[in-house]
Design a binder for this molecule. Structure first.
Ligand SMILES: Nc1nc2c(ncn2[C@@H]2O[C@H](COP(=O)(O)OP(=O)(O)OP(=O)(O)O)[C@@H](O)[C@H]2O)c(=O)[nH]1
Length: 309
């Protein structure tokens, strides 16, 4: 079955995420696609949920930020949505203070990695807020920059109040932070849906190139082992790994033990926890510009090496 597309809508408080979501949902409806929405808000009550039409499945994650305190809940909600509905796409509206990569991390559960395909991190910017960012605390300024840095698509919103030269200044500032993403200027987040969706698969000859441009595809990689692997060799693989990989999670089983392990790797620190159930040995990688071919080759080698021992 075709994996369900996932779009992460990121952006600072008040930048226009809900406005964007409404624009998207209207267009998705015209295209007759089946859509669900996950909304994350920091407060106890949802304020923006009215923005979603009644017929659209909506899950709300309240009272915490999906990228930190309620990360596990997102996983559960995604799993429920996959179980309960036949969907074309899920849109996740994050809180204004969410870090997009942490949200991506929360979407990439090894339990359903092959059922979801995260298509894009879309960051929407309030142009005025961007201009005045020097008034924000250092932490919030850093977050604002990181939301831009990790986006596949940056929407420079609220340009109605900007002069041409102000627009040019902000565009060059954003391009200096993120030169791989697509930058679009919007008023009231008004963009054609096609601009958010990855371009149609190109013909075979252009295929490799197309992948390189689809930055998000290069940020995650999923591998399933068909047998147990050798722990020492796996650890050597981790040591040799490029430092652009900052997160791995999944389940592993090793030749020295009958147990299955939950494996967590975060910023250089591996952690193995015994798992009660026997799980499919799927690992999810998250990083920058992952070399899929290299990873595949090395991971397959881990299985082959055992045969030779
Ligand atoms: N002038 C102007 N206002 C806009 C534009 N886009 C959105 N707004 C307004 O900005 C306000 C905030 O927009 P929302 O879409 O609620 O922003 P949000 O990012 O969802 O906000 P939070 O949920 O608080 O994080 C609303 O009053 C919008 O109508 C724009 O392009 N120009």
């Amino acid at each position: 079955m075709k994996p369900v597309e996932v779009y992460i809508l990121s952006g600072f408080l008040g930048a226009g995420k809900t406005t964007l979501l409404q624009t998207i949902l209207t267009q998705e409806k015209q295209q007759d696609r089946k859509i669900a929405v996950i909304m994350n808000e920091l407060g106890e009550v949802s304020i923006d949920s009215n923005a979603v039409p009644k017929e659209t499945p909506l899950m709300e994650l309240l009272n915490g930020c999906v990228c930190c305190t309620i990360q596990g809940q997102l996983e559960v909600q995604l799993e429920n949505m996959l179980k309960d509905y036949e969907l074309d796409a899920i849109y996740i509206e994050t809180t204004g203070v969410a870090h997009p990569i942490e949200v991506l991390d929360a979407c990439m559960s090894p339990l359903f990695a092959d059922k979801l395909a995260v298509q894009a991190i879309v960051t929407i910017i309030d142009s005025k807020r961007w201009q005045d960012r020097s008034h924000l605390s250092i932490q919030l300024r850093k977050l604002l920059v990181e939301q831009v840095q990790h986006a596949d698509i940056v929407l420079l919103n609220k340009i109605d109040s900007l002069t041409e030269s102000e627009k040019a200044t902000i565009v060059s500032e954003i391009q200096a932070i993120n030169n791989h993403g697509r930058l679009l200027m919007t008023e009231y987040a008004n963009i054609p849906l096609a601009q958010l969706q990855p371009k149609q698969r190109m013909k075979r000859k252009q295929h490799e190139e197309a992948h390189v441009h689809h930055t998000l595809h290069m940020r995650t990689y999923v591998h399933t082992f068909s047998k147990s692997i050798n722990l020492d060799r796996f650890e050597q693989f981790l040591r040799d790994m490029p430092d652009t990989i900052y997160r791995i999670k999944g389940y592993l089983s090793f030749t020295h033990s009958k147990d299955t392990y939950l494996f967590q790797y975060s910023y250089g620190m591996p952690l193995y926890l015994k798992e009660q159930l026997k799980m499919k040995q799927t690992l999810v990688f998250i990083g920058e510009n992952l070399d899929h071919e290299m990873l595949k080759r090395k991971l397959l080698l881990l299985e082959e090496d055992i045969d030779q021992n």
